[in-house]
Ligand binder design. Sequence first.
Ligand code: ZN
Length: 186
Amino acid sequence: MTGISIHYCSVCGHETQKKVPEGDHRPRDVCDHCQTVHYQNPRVVTGCLPVYQNKILMCKRAIEPRKGYWTLPGGFMELGETMEEGAARETMEEACAHVTIESLYMLFNVVHVGHVSAFFLAKLENPDFAPGEESEEVALFAEDEIPWDQLAFSTIGRTLRHYFEDRQAGLFPMRLEYVTPPEHRD
Ligand code: ZN
């Protein structure tokens, strides 16, 4: 994962050059006109596992990638918010649902797409929810109702499997895991 090439400087509009800036160690898109170095860094995906009376709130995606498949609410973090605020905001946007974020639960390194994905445990405050613009459908699932063969991303299945195992023990330790290319679908 090296990022896309940025051909034109977003500051002054001149063409950029691919080169290793002085004191750096990898090629960047550099503007020789205004000296801006266009760094590209991983993006943070923040989401949650909303629980209401032993059931999990999930969203059926109305957009690509993985349109028509089920996911947990989540998305890219915005500037000016914490990861917890981002997870709650995404839940409001995708499921019109109000959650209280509890603890950090899963952290995934998804190096090949340049993402870090985090899922928090969350409490769904009341059973008021509805599909937001990015969802076809929103529903609560008990463990035996989870649509395992229709999950949008491997991170969703892994997070849910850990949750149901941990729930039996009553302990929810934070886990750091890795997603490798063949497993990740998007
Ligand atoms: Zn420039």
